[in-house]
Design a binder for this molecule. Sequence first.
Ligand SMILES: CC(C)(COP(=O)(O)OP(=O)(O)OC[C@H]1O[C@@H](n2cnc3c(N)ncnc32)[C@H](O)[C@@H]1OP(=O)(O)O)[C@@H](O)C(=O)NCCC(=O)NCCS
Length: 393
Amino acid sequence: MGTGRPEFGPPEGAEELATAADIDAQAFAMSLADSTAWLEKAGPANLRVLRERGTVMATALPIPMGQWYGGRRVAMAGIGGVGVAPGARGRGLATRLMRHTLEELRSVGFPLSVLYPATQPLYRRVGYEQAGSRFEIRVQAHALDFEEQSLTVRPIQSSDQAALQEVYRRHASTRQGYLDRAPYIWDRVANPRKETAYGFLVEGSHGVEGYTYLVRRRMVDLKQEISLTDFVAITPAAGRKLLSFLGEHRSLALEVVWNGGPSDPLLFLLREQTYQVKLLFHWMMRVLDVPAALEARGYPAGVSGTLHLEVADDLFPDNRGSFILEVSGGTGHVQRGGNGLLRLDVRALAPLYTGFLSPEALRSVGALVADDASVRLAATLFCGPAPALPDMF
Ligand SMILES: CC(C)(COP(=O)(O)OP(=O)(O)OC[C@H]1O[C@@H](n2cnc3c(N)ncnc32)[C@H](O)[C@@H]1OP(=O)(O)O)[C@@H](O)C(=O)NCCC(=O)NCCS
């Protein structure tokens, strides 16, 4: 029997929230108590459900945050918690749920959405495409034999939060794709699920220069793995000091592990290449609002040019058609019109936008059609460090 509630929206009342928690417990192999606690922490008002004949059948958890591109913060909605009740899978519910979610996110002004896909066809169908990476960096603790004497290390206290967030912001704003973290993500850094993280910072005469949160995992024979939920150094001395501090765990710790991009500059400091860098995920992005996304990001200073694009989008008519992107002084302005010499689907715009794939690479796999001059210009406008995310959501 129907409840008269709309097909899509936040869960209403304790019963719907309990159904959502049950769907997510089964989707993500968690206990019901853990999935309930997770949804409470994320905030039930942020959760979205899809109902079928009045019963909650699917969930998604949009997380409002931002990402840094070209030194500017672009509003971005992360999506987690996509789950469909077992027995209701394979009949298009997740696709419908994602369409509703994207329509809502676009209508409230998010130009971008990002997620980690468990399956790509579902998300490609609604306009997402691979746009960046998350790597695991694994270093043997005995390789961290620095003896950096400058700066001091001390435990993080709650009164340090503002300084830490400022250090993180300075670090993230120089990377491509790093999060402007929501409180939900900061909480996962300091309080990872089922583990205890200890925070340490390094400071010099001008204040905090870096910090890390580490989890000590016990292995066989009392040996340990040190897993970092965050690792930020904004000065060379802070990087060396944090690495020496981690190396001081080497009597029992075998390895130190953190997440980041394909070429972490800290590895440059090591004597030998005994570390391993492993791809964990390619994350996917959906450009929800083409002109807003192109105008919100930063571009390389000192580069100017006018790029003519023609975009196809099955879902959002306002994204379709020809646009002129004019870049100068690090800023992009977009207007409608032009000759649309660089043609692509909104999906292919995501890896172009983040710099995950060059326009030449996209052309080589048929994801973009353009003349050589447009390809060369797009390559300079969208160049930057490899887009990466240390955070998972
Ligand atoms: C993945 C999941 C959300 C798909 O829900 P769904 O309602 O069955 O999805 P749809 O019917 O809309 O199918 C969309 C696409 O998802 C993929 N898909 C569907 N069921 C799938 C499954 N059981 N395993 C892997 N991929 C699946 C398919 O590619 C499908 O497209 P296709 O039919 O063209 O092949 C659902 O299987 C689920 O809850 N799984 C467990 C949790 C999970 O993996 N969540 C995703 C986290 S990113």
